[in-house]
Design a protein around this ligand. Structure first.
Ligand code: NAD
Length: 494
C-alpha cells in the first residue's frame, strides 16, 4: 500500500445560512463539517429548529395550493433541465466539495455527480410523460386513471453519496409535481445545500416547493417523520434507522420508501474472465472505501480457483494507493468520521478472532494519515457463516471471503443474509447467469460488471434492504398516488 497526499490548494470554509442560501430553512446556531482526510473545517451551516421544520412544511403546502407547479409538467421539466445544465457547469466545484466534506476520491465524486445529472435529465423527461390511462368500462361509463403527486415529501438522506442520494429522491419527487423538504446527514450538509440552492435559485421555482432543513436525525428528522403535514417519507440510510422511521410514520399512516443497507455477495465462478472479475472485486469492495450500500462486501469464490484468485487479489489490494481524495493518484480515500473508523476497526477485531486477516486489518494512524480517518483495505478469510463480519453491514473497506463447491451452494451463500440489495455474478456461462440471477434474492444483479447505475433502471432492496424502488419509471411512480375518475353518462343511476 502506498500513501498519496498531495499539497492541496487552500480552502476557505463555507458559511451557509438562510441569508446566503435561501433554500435553507434554519434559524439556529451553526454546526460544522470537517474534511475526513485532514480534519480541516469545511463548512459551518445553520441548524434548523423544530419550528423551522414546521414552517417549511406549511410553506410547502401553500406552494402546492397555488397549483402552478403541481399541474404543469412542462414547467417542471424546464426547471429540472436548467438545474442539470448548472450542475454540469459546476462539476469541478462540486467534485472538490464532495471530496473535502465526504472524503471519497475526486474521480469517485465526479462519477457521483455525472450519475446524478443523468437522473435529473431523465426525470425532467418523465415530468412530461406521466400519462394516466382511459378505460371504456361499460355502456356510457368511462374511467380515467391519473397519477397525481403525493403532496409534501420529506427526503431524508445519508452521508455516503450525499449528492446522488439526495438528487435521486428530489428529481423524481419534483418531476411528479410534489413539494420536497430535504434533511441531509449532519456529516455532509454543505454538499446537499449547495446543490439544491442551485435549483432553488431558478426563477420559475415557486417559493416553498423546495427546502432544506439541517440538524440531527433524532430531532429534525424525527419532526418531519411525525409531522401531520408530511405526506411521504423517502428515506435512505441504515436498516435499523429505516425500521424506526417506518414505525413512527405508521402513527400517521404516511407513505414510506426505504432504501436501506446491504451485505452484497459478489460471486466468481471458475469459468469467469478472471482478469475482469478481479478488477470488479476491487471496485465492488473498495469503492468509496466500502461506504456504499451496494458494496460487494462478500466475495464468494468457487473453490477450484480460490487460491489463485485470492493470491492475485491480495497482491492488488496490498498495492492500493490510499490517501486524500484530491490527489489524482489516490485509489481509496478515508472513512467519513472517527466514529465510522471505530465501527470498522471493531468489526476487523471480530474478523481477527473469527477468521484470518490476509491483507490490511490495521488503522492508518501515522503521518500522513494521522489527521484523518483512514483504515487499510482489508481482506478476511476462513470466517464461519454466522460471523458478524459475514452477516452484518460494516460500511468500510473490509472484504469477507466465502467459498463454494457448486452453483446451489453459491446461491445459498448469496441468499444467506437478511439483506438483498445487490449481487455480482462473474461467469461466461449464459445459462448459469440466468439461473443464478433469477435465484438470488436481490434488487440488482450485475453480470460481469459491478456498480453500474442507470437513471433508466430501478434499484432497491429485497428483504431488510428496503421497500420500494428508486430510479427508472418505478422511481417516479413512488412519488405519485393513483386516482380513478369514473364517468357515467347514462341517464339513470343503476
Ligand atoms: P443513518 O440511518 O444513520 O442516517 C440516514 C439519515 O437519517 C440521516 O440524515 C440521519 O440524520 C437521519 N436520521 C437518523 N435518525 C433518524 C430518525 N430517528 N428520524 C428521522 N431521520 C433520522 O444512515 P447513515 O449512517 O447516514 O448512512 C449509511 C447507511 O445508509 C448504510 O446502512 C447504507 O447501507 C445506507 N444506504 C442505503 C442506500 C440504498 O440506496 N439502499 C444508499 C446509501 C446508503
Amino acid at each position: 500500500m502506498s500513501a498519496t497526499f498531495s499539497q492541496r490548494p487552500a480552502w476557505t470554509p463555507l458559511r451557509l445560512d438562510a441569508q446566503s442560501d435561501p433554500v435553507l430553512v434554519a434559524s439556529g446556531a451553526a454546526m460544522e463539517s470537517f474534511d475526513p482526510a485532514t480534519g480541516e473545517l469545511v463548512a459551518t451551516v445553520a441548524v434548523s429548529s423544530t419550528e423551522d421544520v414546521d414552517g417549511a412544511v406549511e410553506r410547502a403546502h401553500d406552494a402546492l395550493r397555488t397549483k402552478s407547479w403541481r399541474n404543469n409538467g412542462a414547467l417542471r421539466a424546464r426547471v429540472l433541465n436548467r438545474w442539470a445544465v448548472r450542475l454540469r457547469e459546476n462539476i469541478d466545484y462540486f467534485a472538490e466539495l464532495i471530496t473535502r466534506e465526504q472524503g471519497k476520491t475526486v474521480g469517485e465524486a465526479r462519477g457521483e455527480i455525472l450519475g446524478s445529472i443523468g437522473q435529473v435529465e431523465y426525470n425532467a423527461g418523465l415530468a412530461r410523460a406521466l400519462y394516466g390511462r382511459a378505460i371504456a368500462l361499460n355502456e356510457g361509463v368511462h374511467g380515467v386513471v391519473l397519477r397525481e403527486p403525493v403532496g409534501v415529501v420529506a427526503a431524508i438522506t445519508p452521508w455516503n453519496y450525499p449528492f446522488n442520494l439526495t438528487i435521486r429522491a428530489v428529481a423524481p419527487a419534483l418531476a411528479a409535481g410534489n413539494a420536497v423538504i430535504v434533511k441531509p446527514a449532519s456529516l455532509t450538509p454543505a454538499i446537499v445545500t449547495k446543490a439544491l440552492e442551485m435549483l432553488h435559485e431558478d426563477p420559475d421555482m415557486p417559493d416553498g416547493i423546495l427546502s432544506v432543513v439541517v440538524g440531527p436525525g433524532g430531532t429534525v428528522g424525527d419532526r418531519l417523520v411525525r409531522s401531520d403535514g408530511i405526506d411521504m417519507i423517502a428515506f435512505t440510510g441504515d436498516s435499523s434507522t429505516g425500521i424506526g422511521v417506518m414505525k413512527t410514520a405508521a402513527d400517521s399512516l404516511k407513505k414510506v420508501s426505504l432504501e436501506l443497507g446491504g451485505k452484497s455477495p459478489n460471486i466468481v465462478f471458475a469459468d469467469a474472465n478472471l482478469d475482469k472479475a478481479l478488477a470488479g472485486a476491487v471496485n465492488a469492495a473498495f469503492t468509496a472505501a466500502g461506504q456504499i450500500c451496494t458494496a460487494g462486501s462478500r466475495l464468494v469464490v468457487e473453490r477450484s480457483i480460490h487460491d489463485e484468485f485470492m493470491d492475485r487479489l491480495a497482491t492488488r489490494v496490498r498495492d492500493m494507493r490510499v490517501g486524500e481524495g484530491l490527489d489524482a493518484a489516490t485509489e481509496m480515500g478515508p472513512l467519513v468520521s472517527a466514529g465510522q473508523k471505530k465501527t470498522v476497526m471493531d468489526y476487523i477485531d471480530i474478523g481477527r478472532t473469527d477468521g484470518t486477516i490476509v491483507v490490511g486489518g490495521n488503522a492508518l494512524d501515522e503521518s500522513p494519515y494521522s489527521a484523518g480517518h483512514f483504515v487499510a483495505p482489508t481482506i478476511i478469510t476462513d470466517l464461519p457463516s454466522d460471523s458478524r463480519v459475514i452477516t452484518e453491514e460494516i460500511f468500510g473497506p473490509v472484504l469477507a471471503v466465502q467459498t463454494f463447491e457448486d452453483e446451489d451452494e453459491a446461491i445459498a451463500i448469496a441468499n444467506g443474509t437478511e439483506f438483498g440489495l445487490a449481487c455480482g455474478l462473474w461467469t461466461t456461462n449464459l445459462d448459469r447467469a440466468w439461473r443464478v440471477g433469477r435465484a438470488v434474492e436481490s434488487g440488482t444483479i450485475w453480470i460481469n460488471t459491478y456498480h453500474h447505475f442507470y437513471g433508466e433502471a430501478e434499484v432497491g432492496g429485497f428483504k431488510r434492504s428496503g421497500i420500494g424502488r428508486q430510479q427508472g419509471i418505478e422511481g417516479i411512480l413512488e412519488f405519485t398516488e393513483t386516482k380513478h375518475l369514473n364517468f357515467d353518462s347514462n341517464p339513470n343511476l343503476w
